[in-house]
Design a protein around this ligand. Structure first.
Ligand SMILES: Nc1ncnc2c1ncn2[C@@H]1O[C@H](COP(=O)(O)OP(=O)(O)OP(=O)(O)O)[C@@H](O)[C@H]1O
Ligand SMILES: [Mg+2]
Length: 291
């Protein structure tokens, strides 16, 4: 991990620690998330999924302090990110540690040029000019959009805008990045490019990733862990090949087709070492079986 990154956390100490979390938006009677107990560890790539309305976005808002600092309602339980209790720290303080990427990048880009957008958060932190310049250069380069620095947000494609949004939070050097359906407006090729950028942030810089996504066919390959929510609660949580079972299917989660095929073969008494979630893993199992 880049030395300039913060986070001298003790190994095995969770970077996200959620204890008995229940949140009810003001004006609602029923909590939107309830009894959430969840730990995430540094360097994890977690895909958060579940049926529409199950509380994924609400849980994300708890991770960057928008709940309880911005959305009113009743919050029970505790959320710690990088050791900070979200009730005791402002969203701007938490933004140094947790970056948030929205579904629609237009919500995140508002300056005249991409370069200015990437610098915006850093100027708010009051960092020296030289450091701002270095961080902007670095973030644009890591995300692969240095050539777009002078462009206005409206001149970019959806995929380029989403990369710019990622660069603008990356420049803050967060330990955690939370992305709420960041590719749902993009064509498959641009979506894959964004996921590769996210994977690189995770692998190269050890940034912990929480990615909300419905299309598991598409993202399961990147995750070390999948968390499935249902009706405000965490229903399943574990490594992809263990979580993507019939139980997940019944919850309405889109299981990768290759995984479904292997579940079917298992019922016909074929024996596998591991249930594949990607074509590559399936190829390994099939080669072993056909030998
Ligand atoms: N700002 C808000 N004020 C009041 N209720 C809200 C607010 N945001 C979400 N809710 C409610 O909380 C519940 C969970 O919504 P949330 O947006 O967290 O679900 P989600 O899993 O992200 O859904 P989707 O997959 O459609 O994005 C829903 O019943 C929703 O109507
Ligand atoms: Mg949502």
């Amino acid at each position: 991990m880049n030395e300039s990154f913060k986070g001298d956390l003790i190994l095995n100490e969770p970077i996200i620690h959620i204890k008995n979390l229940t949140f009810t938006y003001a004006g609602l009677e029923k909590p939107s998330i309830k009894n959430i107990n969840f730990n995430a560890y540094k360097g994890e790539f977690i895909v958060l999924t579940g049926p529409s309305g199950c509380g994924k976005t609400t849980l994300c808002r708890c991770l960057n302090g928008l709940i309880p600092n911005f959305y009113s309602g009743e919050m029970k339980g505790e959320v710690y990110v990088c050791g900070l209790n979200t009730k005791e720290h402002s969203t701007s303080e938490l933004a140094k540690h947790v970056g948030f990427v929205f579904q629609n990048p237009e919500n995140q880009l508002f300056s005249l040029t991409i370069e200015r957008d990437v610098a915006f958060g850093l100027e708010n932190l009051g960092l020296p000019k030289k450091e701002i310049k270095e961080r902007v250069e670095w973030a644009l380069k890591v995300v692969g959009i240095t050539h777009l620095r002078e462009k206005a947000p409206y001149e970019l494609s959806g995929g380029q805008q989403q990369k710019a949004a990622i660069a603008s939070i990356l420049s803050m050097k967060p330990e955690i990045i939370v992305l709420d359906e960041p590719t749902s407006f993009l064509d498959p090729k641009s979506a894959l490019e964004i996921l590769k950028v996210i994977q690189n942030l995770n692998k190269q810089f050890g940034i912990t990733v929480i990615l909300v996504e419905h299309r598991l066919d598409f993202v399961a390959q990147f995750a070390n862990r999948i968390v499935i929510m249902n009706d405000g609660e965490i229903a399943l949580d574990g490594e992809p090949s263990k979580v993507l079972t019939e139980e997940a299917y019944l919850l309405g989660v889109g299981i990768p087709k290759v995984t479904l095929l292997f579940h079917q073969l298992k019922q016909e008494n074929f024996k596998f070492n591991k249930t594949p979630v990607t074509i590559e893993e399936a190829a390994i199992e099939l080669r072993r079986l056909l030998k």
